[in-house]
Design a protein around this ligand. Structure first.
Ligand code: ADP
Ligand code: MG
Length: 677
């Protein structure tokens, strides 16, 4: 870089964008360590949040510490050393502290290099959990050597921040660096959204009369709060900024889209929907009708529809999708439906063929292996091209699929796809309408962040005449009784799923299912048992599913492949083995495969390891049928990453935002941004 360009860069850069390498006490080695933590600029440094705090205004006397109770204490090193054993392959490094009331042993296993951080006579602050009181001992506590001098007040006699570190980076050094950087740059921290005037507004969570902190004050209190109660309001202010940022982005995207996208007129004229509904065999629920009214308005409106349809498992989203498709088809446009698995795409193919072919609509299936299933009748015949429907898996995203005149895209079980895949399919046409559906109720906080650019419709009601689902948790020991019970129900003509969920469809999972197959067949004989797992050939999968649907197979032993969308109303029993390995939302999805007919259904959860927390989690399912409630519990218990699955793209990373807790705060941000226009 020439001197000229670097000067130009300096001129446009804000003080917070200054690289940390230019700070006086940061050499190349420390800079490399900081960058491992994602800290490259002054701003990164100031937004590096402590992972916890120590109240160093009060230390417990060593004499008064209790077994297994985390405690902050301090003392002077009176002895230290390393013991080696097992031919020097193992070691214990130990320091002994004395504070005048008693002694405390601190031990580290197999970390002999710890020696170099301590010397006899050092004063040490210790945070840890005593494992024993005879003698008083802590293993692998967190420690900090107290050094005298003018900086003492940064580290001691205050609430001290404890930062996430990386190996080789001293806590004390980082704390001092942040302190000094804050002193120098506090004045440079701007209000991020000045037009919203946040600092003057009341903070509804802050108690009577509380106002939002100025951003600079929030950053300062985040690191060096006057007391612990100051931390959360500071975090909340910084999280609010993140949510405002995101909502602004979402709005901008939406506005840009509305400016550029011209909607295709897809409102329809009822010529297909009317006969369809007459022949359907059931009446739409009020919830379904209300949703369809919203959808029709979108599809005949000025902007292409971008709508998320949420409805609990079994609420009847497919028939809503069919009506929506008919509106587009009536209007002369093609429709594409994308589903996450071949089984579900195959099932939709059957359903939509049954519904739409009598109306003269061609329905085609495209999956990675779809050749055997595109029956000749599905091929468009000679004559003028009529609008048609295509159903498929991810295969629709590939180059081969090029619809002529795409008016509507429907994505089922959207949570199994990433946001980018949704966009990829939409781009197959010129601003088609898009309806995305999900049965895994997304906790509202996630919905507002992930799907914030979509309008939301909810089917909040199940069709009438559904049998009750009884959910029971049973131990492995009681399996013989469970088999007995299932044989009884099979004899009455019902069908059953037995599910071996695995996080991944790996070889080990397949082996487990195949091994169980024989013993389950023996346990349930003479009833017929079929097998379904991800490593089977597509035609075998389709055959198994078909036999189960037509009742030749009474029992389907499956991996979690049956999780999404499968609809066989006569199946009323589901046994889920190793149930603790799965998230609650996913178990709720699985459970949704039963309870689709009028008979009472049973979902029997059998944990592999029955730990206390596993049972507690499964009890949520025993006690609730409400998908939203279950999803919220799941988010609380496992966090957003686990809930959505790791392949979910598009989840924004927050430094301060906590989706588990911040629903109201996200709404607050959304309202602020909307009000500003
Ligand atoms: P999901 O919302 O989980 O995708 P489905 O669309 O698979 O649910 O519907 C579940 C079952 O309910 C299907 O067998 C469907 O035909 C049936 N169904 C849908 N709507 C109604 C209704 N209004 N009355 C009766 N049965 C319905
Ligand atoms: Mg469905």
């Amino acid at each position: 870089m020439t001197a000229g360009t670097s000067q130009a860069a300096d001129a446009t850069r804000t003080p917070l964008q200054q690289p940390v390498t230019e700070l006086r006490s940061v050499g190349p080695e420390r800079a490399a360590l900081l960058s491992k933590l994602g800290i490259r600029t002054v701003e990164d440094l100031l937004l590096h949040a402590p992972r916890r705090y120590e109240d160093r205004t009060q230390f417990r006397a060593i004499r008064d510490i209790n077994e297994r109770e985390p405690v902050l204490t301090r003392g002077r090193i009176v002895a230290l050393g390393t013991k080696y054993f097992r031919k020097r392959t193992r070691s214990i490094f130990e320091i002994i502290l004395d504070d005048g009331t008693a002694r405390l042993h601190c031990r580290w296993w197999d970390l002999p290099y710890m020696e170099k951080y301590f010397a006899r006579g050092n004063e040490v602050v210790v945070f840890g959990k005593p494992v024993s009181l005879k003698p008083r001992t802590m293993d692998h506590p967190e420690t900090e050597v107290v050094e005298g001098g003018e900086e003492t007040s940064i580290h001691l006699y205050r609430i001290a921040p404890i930062y996430p570190l990386t190996e080789g980076l001293p806590q004390r050094w980082l704390r001092a660096l942040i302190w000094r950087t804050l002193e120098a740059h506090r004045k440079d921290i701007p209000e991020t959204h000045p037009e919203l005037g946040v600092p003057g507004l009341p903070d509804p969570w802050g108690g009577p009369g509380a106002k939002w902190l100025p951003r600079a004050e929030a950053v300062s209190r985040l690191h060096f709060p006057g007391n612990l109660a100051e931390v959360e309001p500071a975090r909340r202010r910084l999280a609010l900024d993140e949510y405002i940022e995101l909502q602004k982005e979402i709005r901008a995207r939406r506005k840009n889209f509305e400016r550029n996208a011209e909607a295709l007129p897809c409102g329809g004229d009822n010529t297909l929907i009317r006969p369809f509904l007459q022949r359907l065999g059931f009446k739409l629920t009020n919830a379904q009708t209300a949703v369809l009214r919203e959808i029709r308005k979108d599809m005949s409106g000025a902007h292409p529809m971008r709508r998320l349809l949420q409805g609990d498992v079994g609420s009847g989203k497919t028939v809503v999708a069919a009506c929506c498709a008919l509106m587009a088809l009536e209007s002369g446009y093609d429709v594409a439906v994308m589903a996450p698995t071949e089984i579900l795409a195959g099932q939709h193919y059957l359903t939509f063929s049954r519904w739409l072919k009598p109306l003269g609509i061609a329905v085609r299936l495209i999956t990675g292996n779809s050749k055997p299933e595109t029956t000749p009748e599905a091929e468009p015949g000679p004559g003028p091209l009529r609008p048609s429907m295509v159903i498929g898996t991810h295969a629709l995203l590939h180059g081969g699929f090029a619809p002529r005149n795409l008016g509507l895209v429907i994505i089922d079980e959207q949570h199994k796809f990433g946001v980018s895949q949704r966009e990829q399919l939409v781009r197959k046409g010129r601003y088609p309408h898009a309806l995305v559906m999900t049965a895994t109720p997304i906790p509202r906080s996630l919905g507002l962040t992930l799907y914030g650019d979509l309008d939301l419709s909810v089917i909040g009601e199940l069709p009438p005449g559904r049998g009750e689902i009884k959910t029971l948790v049973r131990t492995r020991a009681s399996l013989p009784k469970v088999w007995e019970f299932i044989r009884e129900k099979l004899a009455q003509g019902r069908q059953a799923y037995i599910v071996y969920p695995r996080v991944e469809e790996g070889d080990a999972a397949v082996k487990a299912v195949v091994k169980e197959f024989d013993s389950v067949r023996a346990a349930l004989s003479p009833h017929t048992v079929g097998l379904l797992h991800g490593r089977m050939r597509p035609e075998d999968k389709a055959r198994a599913m078909h036999s189960f649907r037509d009742g030749t197979l009474k029992v389907l032993l499956a991996t979690s492949l049956v999780e999404v969308g499968v609809d066989v109303p006569n199946a009323t029993i589901m046994v889920i083995e190793n149930a603790e390995q799965f998230g609650l939302a996913q178990l709720h999805q699985l459970r949704g495969r039963v309870g689709r007919g009028s008979h009472v259904s049973y979902c029997i959860l059998v944990p592999g390891k029955s730990t206390g927390t596993a049972r507690e989690r499964l009890r949520v399912l025993e006690n609730s049928q409400d998908g939203f409630e279950i999803a919220e519990a799941d988010l609380r218990l496992r966090g957003p990453g686990e809930l959505l699955g790791h392949d979910q793209s598009g989840l924004p990373g927050f430094r301060f935002g906590r989706l588990q807790e911040d629903l109201e705060l996200i709404r607050f941000a959304r309202t602020l941004v909307a009000r500003a226009g």
